[in-house]
Design a protein around this ligand. Structure first.
Ligand SMILES: [Zn+2]
Length: 396
């Protein structure tokens, strides 16, 4: 059984470079004996190892200690509407390898989670260490307390499903579920150098979603519904009637800016399109109808983001998702124009608005890091250690 204090030390070591006993005492304020006993617990549990001693130290160099990330493995899935990325990560959340698999989220949870569990169990069987936890991001509203999908607009058959109740028995480890835009926002936060602590991430794909990071923390809200920018009211770019949204309301941002809405408007303009990939192809080819619609989409997004900028004063807006990846500046210019015109100068003075540098990896990176934070956190760590048992004995 791991003490609470040793658990705290795990979290300190995860955030910090390797440290000596003295440095650990200085940074935590713990007495030397406390540092020693907590370190001893973690060494016995195989959760800490001594790193290279300090270079250039006189006399006997002091040992430095660091988290042992190979003590366990994490399984991670970043599930989108039409494909999923699956990965193994170490205990610190570093992604070791990943693969991609096509699927359709509307096929329902039996088909989709069945496929995900089957692929992840193969990754688990090949993992070099026991699996401590599983993280899954999904393209819909998630009640983060129980990992339950709540009234998703596109995920037919998923409403009310507590995902851990299905995945945990199949994979034999606890499961964290997160909304995909939140996972991507977190991925942008942890990979920025230095970490971006005040950030809005907007995903513009088939639908529109957003994730907010403020004060270095993901904003989930009371039930996990925070950041649902796509279903806030958008302003029609050319006046006129407000289009019906997939959520059942009219005039949502997504009903102008999501790829499905662009597809609807392309068809109305006489283009023969029937799927998101076809819409993306037309945008990438510079089709004039498609480009005009993307620019309009940028303006609607910019209007909605201006409110968010005024309320949260982020340092950065990062735009990702499939539409953003092909539309680039056509989308950003409308966003920039409307954010600058509508938010207060103090909030926009140093605001950076940019495309994601890692559109295909932000989600899996963010989900791996979030799963690591969760499994090493106070609610999970002791139970996880009990489940996986003692570390393997060192070779003789
Ligand atoms: Zn809507």
């Amino acid at each position: 059984m791991l003490s609470e204090g040793a658990g705290e030390l795990v979290r300190v070591l995860r955030q910090m470079p390797p440290m000596t006993r003295t440095e650990l005492g200085d940074s935590t304020g713990w007495a030397r004996t406390t540092v020693n006993s907590r370190l001893e617990e973690l060494l016995t549990a195989g959760l800490v190892r001594s790193a290279e001693p300090m270079n250039g130290a006189r006399g006997r160099p002091a040992s430095r200690f660091t988290l042992e990330p190979s003590r366990g493995a994490l399984l991670v899935a970043d599930v989108g509407a039409s494909s999923a990325r699956l990965a193994r990560a170490d205990l610190a959340g570093a992604v070791a390898e990943h693969e991609s698999v096509p699927l359709w989220i509307g096929d329902g949870p039996d088909a989709v989670l069945g496929l995900i569990c089957e692929r992840l169990s193969r990754i688990r069987d090949a993992a070099p260490a026991p699996v401590w936890g599983v993280g899954i991001s999904l393209p819909g509203p998630i009640d983060s307390r129980e990992g339950r999908v709540v009234s998703p607009p596109i995920m037919t058959g998923w409403d009310g499903l507590a995902v851990p109740e299905v995945v945990e028995p199949a994979l034999g480890a606890p499961v964290l579920v997160e909304n995909d835009s939140n996972a991507m926002a977190w991925g942008e936060h942890v990979t920025a150098e230095p970490p971006a602590d005040e950030l809005i991430f907007v995903k513009v794909g088939t639908g529109v979603g957003a994730g907010f990071v403020t004060g270095g923390r993901l904003v989930r809200g009371a039930h996990g519904a925070a950041g649902d920018l796509g279903h806030t009211r958008g302003e029609p770019p050319h006046g006129g009637e407000q289009p019906l949204c997939r959520c059942g309301k009219t005039g949502c941002v997504e009903a102008y800016a999501g790829a499905w809405a662009i597809e609807r408007d392309l068809r109305a303009a006489g283009q023969d399109v029937g799927s998101t990939p076809e819409v993306l192809r037309l945008i990438a080819q510079g089709n004039p109808h498609a480009v005009r619609l993307v620019r309009d989409a940028g303006r609607v997004l910019g209007g909605a983001l201006a409110h968010a900028v005024s309320l949260l004063n982020p340092a950065e807006i990062v735009v990702g998702g499939q539409v953003a990846a092909v539309a680039g500046e056509h989308l950003l210019s409308g966003i920039r124009e409307h954010v600058a015109a509508r938010a207060l100068p103090l909030a926009t003075r140093d605001l950076r608005i940019r495309l994601s540098d890692r559109p295909h990896e932000a989600g899996i990176t963010g989900m791996a890091d979030a799963t690591s934070t969760w499994i090493l956190g106070p609610s999970q760590l002791a139970a996880a250690l009990n489940r996986v048992g003692p570390p393997p004995a060192p070779p003789l």
